[in-house]
Design a binder for this molecule. Structure first.
Ligand code: HEM
Length: 538
């Protein structure tokens, strides 16, 4: 029967009627000058040459010629929705962020995405999914820019161009369009073993979600919160879908991708249009803010590591409901610009080098993607809190600023009373310890363990889930042209689990190598002493 058609506009107003594209009695130029014909160019006679003086012709075609903007360098393919976030008030002990207060409602815009495919690629590919949320809070915008996988391929942002160059289509043939099966990706993740944990999640059912509505989301990095008394706590953010976590199996993903490449965006839009609003609880894992910034031996600044929920349970602090489709894909889903530096009082960043590099990259890329430094004025990016900045002019400036003194201090405009009260900003004052007196390009020893958490993940899988993982690695490595890459892939698997490695090796017709790292079997167990350190919210 095929997929059910969505309304042609893709969106309807709350009364169920689609808004008209053109309104008013007359078609006009962009200047409001009246038109009586838009189907014929102005010519010297019906068969004559076209006249250069035809402004309408030139305006119409020129504008069309410039309709496209660069797609995002990553996460190009996305689908989004508006909604509301309601705080439970349970986080007050750890953060003063007002939008998390009991019953406080905040408008949100959420964009889901694949990472590696281009804007026109298929939805159901094996890939990580983006889960980016813009909270338009009364204290300014807070963006939580996360993924559906709790760890990342790299520990330091300086390697982001490397992993993305390896994961994007081959430079010569531009294949594949999506993540699955290619030499450059497997070349990188087998040479660069800190990617093993994330790659294993990708090869599991998490790599092919059933629906955006059925995905978990993770802030990945550790954040620092501050409460009204100035006490700080380290946290990791989690989104838990009310519908539970569900995946496609590989064959379903292949068929869905062929029959309907828009499978996930259609599912999201249709569900919202039908009133089946998807919901997620926002939760936090909390850790004491110690100088070491570790928890039970896990380095909280290493984004290739999770903290098992057995050790630090996820405590719900609010509810997200998506209840309105965008009415214009370009103006909303395409032009939205998320940034990890959009922070509100009570929430701050940490020293995770991956986090720190991201703080640079998003604004930088958006300046070229969205044509200059004023994209914050676009409707979808406009804060719902008052804006009182000293930024001026620039490409696509639409504000008409008043006054003569956009600088501080000044004595000509109203002065700067708003600078009073440094405690209203997001910067949390914590002691900064710099034990090394030399500048270095190196990672701490705690970042060296690349396999034990991958093993933990494998050991937590049920038999059918393990079977899917074996199939995924066998398919993906089997498609590589280079024998050496397949062999290195098997070496990584040997360092995760002997049985996993043996099964994939058999499928590839290659010998299974011995592990080069010790295989650790201990499972996390919540000892009573540890439970005492979890900082229950209530
Ligand atoms: C875009 C997540 C690491 C650079 C995105 C988006 C998400 C995301 C969800 C899409 C935002 C949207 O829907 O508009 C993550 C996560 C990371 C990570 C969870 C690791 C924990 C990095 C790093 C860099 C980076 C290390 C660079 C150093 C970018 C860029 C974009 C992007 C340039 C495109 C932004 C735009 O054009 O608006 N990322 N990312 N990301 N990310 Fe990341």
């Amino acid at each position: 029967s095929g997929p059910r058609p969505v309304s042609p506009t893709g969106a309807r107003s709350r009364d169920g009627r689609a808004a008209a594209a053109q309104q008013g009695e007359r078609l006009t130029t962009a200047q409001g000058d009246r038109l009586y014909d838009t189907d014929h160019s102005l010519k010297a006679g019906p068969r004559g040459p076209v006249l250069l003086q035809d402004h309408h012709l030139r305006e119409k075609i020129t504008h069309f010629d410039h309709e496209r903007i660069p797609e995002r360098v990553v996460h190009a393919r996305g689908a989004a929705a508006h909604g509301v976030f309601k705080g439970y008030g349970r986080a007050a002990g750890v953060t003063k962020a007002a939008f998390l207060g009991k019953g406080v409602e905040t408008d949100v815009f959420v964009r889901f995405s694949t990472v590696l495919g281009s804007r026109g690629s298929a939805d159901t590919v094996r890939d990580t999914r983006g889960f980016a949320t813009k909270f338009y809070t009364a204290e300014g915008t807070f963006d939580l820019v996360g993924n559906n996988i709790p760890v990342f391929f790299i520990q330091d942002a300086i390697k982001f161009p490397d992993i993305i160059h390896a994961g994007k289509p081959h430079p010569d043939r531009e294949i594949p369009q999506a993540q699955s099966a290619h030499d450059t990706f497997w070349d990188f993740v087998t040479l660069h073993t800190e990617a093993t944990h994330h790659t294993l999640w990708n090869m599991s059912d998490r790599g092919i979600p059933r629906s955006y509505r059925m995905m978990e989301g993770f802030g990945v990095h550790t954040f620092r919160l501050e409460n009204a008394a100035g006490e700080t706590t380290l946290v990791k953010f989690h989104w838990k879908p009310k519908l539970g976590v569900h995946s496609l199996v590989w064959e379903e993903a292949q068929i869905a991708g062929g029959v309907d490449p828009d499978f996930h965006r259609r599912d999201l839009a249709d569900a919202i249009e039908a009133g089946a609003y998807p919901e997620w609880e926002l939760g936090i894992q909390t850790f004491p803010d110690t100088p070491e910034q570790t928890f039970e031996g896990i380095d909280l600044l290493d984004s290739t590591k999770i903290v098992p929920e057995e050790l630090a349970p996820v405590q719900p602090i609010g509810l997200l409901t998506l209840d309105r489709n965008p009415s214009n894909y370009f103006a909303e889903t395409e032009q939205v610009a998320f940034h990890l530096g959009h922070l509100v009082p009570g929430i701050d960043v940490t020293d995770d080098p991956l986090f720190q590099g991201r703080l640079f990259s998003y604004l930088d890329t958006q300046i070229s993607r969205l044509g200059g430094p004023n994209f914050g004025q676009l409707p979808i990016n406009r804060p719902h809190a008052p804006v009182n900045d000293m930024l001026r002019d620039g490409m696509h400036q639409t504000a008409v600023h008043r006054g003569v003194a956009p600088y501080h201090p000044n004595s000509l405009d109203a002065g700067c009373p708003f600078m009073a009260g440094a405690d209203t900003g997001a910067d949390i004052e914590v002691p900064v310890e710099l034990p090394a007196s030399r500048k270095v390009r190196e990672a701490p020893a705690s970042y060296d363990d690349h396999f034990s958490q991958a093993r933990l993940f494998w050991l937590s899988m049920s038999p059918p889930e393990r079977e899917h993982i074996v199939h995924a690695y066998s398919f993906e490595l089997g498609k590589c042209y280079e024998q050496a890459i397949k062999e290195r892939g098997l070496q990584s698997l040997a360092n995760i689990d002997t049985e996993l490695c043996a099964q994939v090796a058999a499928a590839l017709g290659l010998p299974a190598p011995e592990p080069t790292e010790p295989l650790r079997d201990e499972q996390p167990s919540p000892a009573l002493s540890q439970l005492g350190r979890i900082w229950p919210l209530d």
